[in-house]
Design a protein around this ligand. Structure first.
Ligand SMILES: [Zn+2]
Length: 323
């Protein structure tokens, strides 16, 4: 073990849990992932996670006395005050109602802080990632869904019970299609990678674009076709980026951030995605909002949640110590 405090970071996703020993500088010393969906969640995820944590600590010969706390990033709606799962957008059985904070504190006798994975990722980026040294940041993750976190004066915006930052469910089209949340016209339904793929498939089904069977339609394929100059693909990308920009422009006018970070696999597409999105967002904002605004790709990738959860735990412990 290194000098200084060490924290256990826990990032609970729908298919696996990632565990990591993280130091006070945000550096992950060791990390490992364990499957949580092996029996389709018949074994509750939390039970699997607790078991994996014991195993992980034993394998690395770390005792709970050597740790300063546990930071947990978890999928779904998290009541951050009580550390309980209160919503499960992915409809994972045996997950809603999980008392993460209580169970971990009871098992490991360590202060535990829990927050939603998108909010954790945003904090991770602010601690040691692309948003370091920034105080007002909007982080949007574009993947199978659209998630996000809003940082105001260096603190993650949690709202009344920890659910704030669900930026994928901003309505951008009142007459729009049904979203997984039950509402119509949400940004997530138009701006996720899944939505981009759906747009390409729709274009293929009405003959605007020819897809050969050997091609798996995914983000990588769509961007590689666009790079080759495929006009229909470029148009589809353009209207997809327009929709993402609409959501971000609204957020800029509410929160007046100095930085927007875009995460998710597609954020690696600089020219065809990040640069164009920046142009559209800047063009849509009132000039005094865009003057000092930056938009770029996030940096931490899959580690952001784990690191951010540890940072949240440190922030919470500091608050306790200040009292
Ligand atoms: Zn929605």
């Amino acid at each position: 073990m290194s000098n200084g405090k060490t924290y256990l970071g826990v990032d609970i996703g729908g298919t696996s849990v990632k565990l990591g020993l993280v130091d006070e500088q945000g550096v992950i010393r060791y990390s490992e992932a364990y499957d949580v969906a092996f029996d389709r969640y018949e074994t509750p995820i939390l039970k699997t996670v607790l078991k994996s944590m014991k195993l992980f600590l034993a394998e690395h010969e770390v005792t709970e006395q050597e740790l300063a706390g546990i930071g947990v990033s978890a999928t779904g709606g998290i009541d951050t005050v009580n550390g309980v799962v209160i919503g499960s957008a992915g409809h994972i059985q045996n997950w809603e109602g999980s008392r993460i904070k209580d169970e971990m504190e009871k098992t490991f006798h360590l202060p535990t802080a829990v927050l939603n994975d998108a909010n954790a990722a945003a904090l991770g980026e602010m601690w040691i990632g692309a948003a370091a040294d920034h105080r007002n940041v909007i982080v949007m993750t574009v993947g199978t869904g659209v998630g996000g976190g809003i940082i105001v004066d260096s603190k993650i915006l949690l709202g009344a019970n920890g659910l704030a930052g669900e930026i994928g469910h901003i309505v951008i089209n009142n007459d729009g299609e049904l979203c997984s949340c039950g509402n119509h016209g949400c940004l997530e339904h138009y701006g996720s990678t899944a939505a981009l793929i759906r747009r390409v498939r729709d274009a293929a089904s009405c003959g605007k674009i020819i897809l050969s069977e050997e091609h798996e339609v995914n983000g990588r394929f769509i961007f590689s076709e666009a790079k080759k100059g495929n006009v229909v693909m470029l148009e589809l990308l353009d209207s997809w980026i327009d929709d993402i920009a609409s959501g971000l422009v609204g957020l800029v006018h509410i929160f007046n951030p100095e930085l927007i970070l875009i995460g998710g696999g597609v954020s690696a597409q600089k020219e065809l995605f990040i640069d164009r999105l920046r142009e559209k967002v800047m063009a849509g904002c009132m000039p005094h909002f865009s003057k000092y605004l930056e938009l770029k790709a996030a940096e931490l990738g899959n580690d952001a949640g784990l690191i951010g959860a540890v940072y949240y735990c440190i922030q919470q412990n500091d608050l306790v110590c200040d009292k």
